[in-house]
Design a protein around this ligand. Structure first.
Ligand code: CA
Length: 232
């Protein structure tokens, strides 16, 4: 098995090199970017498994970069650890639901860094081996693929996350507000009607594959996913 590739996004060369040195010692391969533009090129070309991203970068903040990447379903399996200089920044990272899996406050020891990286990789690896199945549907988290009766479905990133959430919680009724919170994130300001729009798109995609009634409307309550119970 080839080494795990980690992308370091940090404009301060000495810090970047120091991190790369510790990663190499721990058996990781590293890629280095001094700004977000270079980071995005490396993400697309080199497909790292994890990204360490500094908060303060010249072209875009690490937080903005994280948000951008989290909106892109191509990088659903990428682990992200944010590096922050001050505790205020840490507060913002934790409070803003940036999409980072973890954050480390500078200065940090190499031991702490490696421990956090291993923990993040364990979490993503756990997520990536998972397959969710319901009726004629199969969702492969690692491959980011949804199969309906063995035919691959084409879903937008939001529909994919919505379906994944439903399949992880079958038979449960979720209100629009709960779905917004769990699928879109608690700090995203979108109207509840947005949920209906994406549920409609998801249903349409399922129906095109002959799967009807998997996402059911529960009057006055919200939506429920079920491959077995027939809806109203
Ligand atoms: Ca910096």
């Amino acid at each position: 098995m080839s080494a795990v590739r980690i992308l370091i996004v940090e404009d301060e060369a000495p810090i970047r090199e120091m991190i790369a040195f510790h990663l190499a010692r721990a058996g990781f391969e590293s890629l280095e970017a001094a700004d977000c533009k270079e980071a995005r090129r490396l993400l697309a070309d080199e497909r790292p498994q994890l990204m360490l991203v500094d908060w303060m970068l010249p072209d875009m903040s690490g937080l903005e970069l994280t948000r951008l990447i989290r909106r892109d379903s191509d990088y659903a399996d990428l682990g992200i650890i944010m590096l922050t200089a001050k505790s205020e920044e840490t507060d913002k990272v934790s409070g803003l639901d940036s999409g980072a899996d973890d954050y480390i406050t500078k200065p940090f020891s190499s031991r702490e860094l490696i421990a956090r990286i291993k923990a993040a990789l364990r979490r993503t690896r756990m997520a990536t081996t998972e397959v969710l199945e319901a009726g004629d549907l199969r969702l492969e988290i690692a491959g980011h693929r949804v199969l309906a009766k063995d035919a691959e479905m084409s879903l937008g990133p939001t529909e994919y996350r919505l379906l994944k959430h439903f399949m992880e919680n079958p038979q449960r009724v979720f209100s629009r507000a709960q779905l917004l919170d769990r699928v879109w994130g608690s700090n995203v300001y979108v109207e509840e009607r947005t949920v209906d729009v994406h549920v409609t798109r998801l249903r349409k995609a399922l129906t095109e594959h002959g799967l009807r009634n998997y996402v059911q409307t529960v009057r006055g309550a919200g939506y429920r996913f079920s491959a077995t119970i027939k809806g109203e």
